[in-house]
Ligand binder design. Structure first.
Ligand code: FES
Length: 171
């Protein structure tokens, strides 16, 4: 028999403390994660995604650029595909427009309607946008297409998170 035997009362006390601590951690950790998530999200939104579009190949004609990346959502990782309409404007800026229509979210296409050449066309409700992404008055969209911030890395185009279209505001 040992000199300091653990009494039944001590054993119960240690066990309950351990179990209680484990359960408290289970409740507190998700709350902490929820509290700091905006910080993590803000950091992630600054990320630029690599595309396979060479900067040197970008012309004045908008072309579709698809790009993939891994999206981490808590413990789940999935591959996400996005696309942009990319061209070089008269000022030499690279313009990368979001294809998501500002009316109800359909996908717009460059030169998608024979009746409206050199415009972005949304087939869902006949929405139209000019080349810089500005919505054409009299059609359903109420605002310009968003634009991706752009960066160059090793001669290739990188795209950030779509934001308010700066090319329309410059006018
Ligand atoms: S969703 Fe594009 S015009 Fe309605």
């Amino acid at each position: 028999m040992s000199k300091n035997p653990v009494t039944r009362r001590q054993f119960l006390s240690y066990t309950l403390t351990g179990v209680g601590g484990f359960m408290a951690a289970g409740m507190i950790l998700p709350m902490l994660r929820f509290a700091i998530d905006p910080v993590l999200t803000a950091e992630a939104s600054g990320d630029f995604k690599m595309t396979d579009k060479k900067i040197a190949d970008i012309t004045a004609e908008p072309v579709r650029v698809d790009f993939k990346y891994e999206q981490v959502d808590a413990w789940h990782t999935s591959e996400t595909t996005q696309m942009a309409w990319v061209y070089k404007n008269e000022a030499g800026d690279i313009v990368a427009l979001s294809p998501i229509c500002k009316h109800l979210g359909c996908t717009v296409n460059w030169n998608g309607s024979e009746k409206h050449p050199d415009q972005f066309f949304c087939p869902c409700h006949m929405g139209l946008y000019t080349k810089d992404g500005n919505n054409v008055p009299g059609t359903p969209p109420r605002g310009p297409l968003d634009a991706y911030p752009t960066k160059e890395k090793d001669g290739f185009l990188m795209l950030g998170t779509p934001e308010e279209n700066p090319f329309v505001r410059k006018k």
